[in-house]
Design a protein around this ligand. Structure first.
Ligand SMILES: [Zn+2]
Length: 147
């Protein structure tokens, strides 16, 4: 653990105001900040104020707050920056404190090209094609429903 850093987590430090951030909006449970490595102008992160590694581990209240704040910030982006739309995704592999990416997206920009390439890739490899077969789709749907 780095001294002065809670769990070595930069987002916890930001929430505790031990590290600077470009705060855009917050409520009781969530905080929206500018990403310091933006994909496009105005790219934000929405993070829960509690240290939660994965988004699916959030409480009902945190989940509702996170998506409410994401919507408010996306509307701010649409009004202020006029993108085609606001891309939302959550991964969380790099910083283990869940965060939603909100990226103002324009046709042909870096993220748009990345996702277009990924969608083409999604349709190509035989291993992924096998996942689209009817039996495979029915098997996984049954597996997810009964869990
Ligand atoms: Zn944290």
């Amino acid at each position: 653990m780095v001294e002065g850093t809670k769990n070595g987590c930069i987002f916890c430090d930001i929430i505790e105001e031990k590290a600077p951030c470009g705060k855009i909006y917050e409520d009781e449970l969530s905080l929206a900040i500018l990403d310091i490595n933006p994909f496009s102008k105005g790219h934000c992160l929405v993070i829960p104020k509690r240290h939660v590694p994965w988004w699916h581990e959030l409480s009902e209240e945190e989940n509702a707050s996170l998506f409410r704040v994401a919507k408010i910030v996306a509307e701010k982006m649409m009004n202020a920056l006029n993108p085609d739309f606001v891309c939302m995704y959550a991964r969380g592999r790099r910083i283990p404190h869940t965060h939603i990416f909100l990226v103002p997206t324009y046709s042909g920009d870096v993220l748009d090209r990345f996702f277009n390439a990924m969608e083409l890739f999604q349709e190509s490899p035989p291993k992924l094609a096998a996942l689209r077969e009817k039996n495979s789709m029915e098997d996984v749907a049954e597996l997810l429903r009964k869990t």
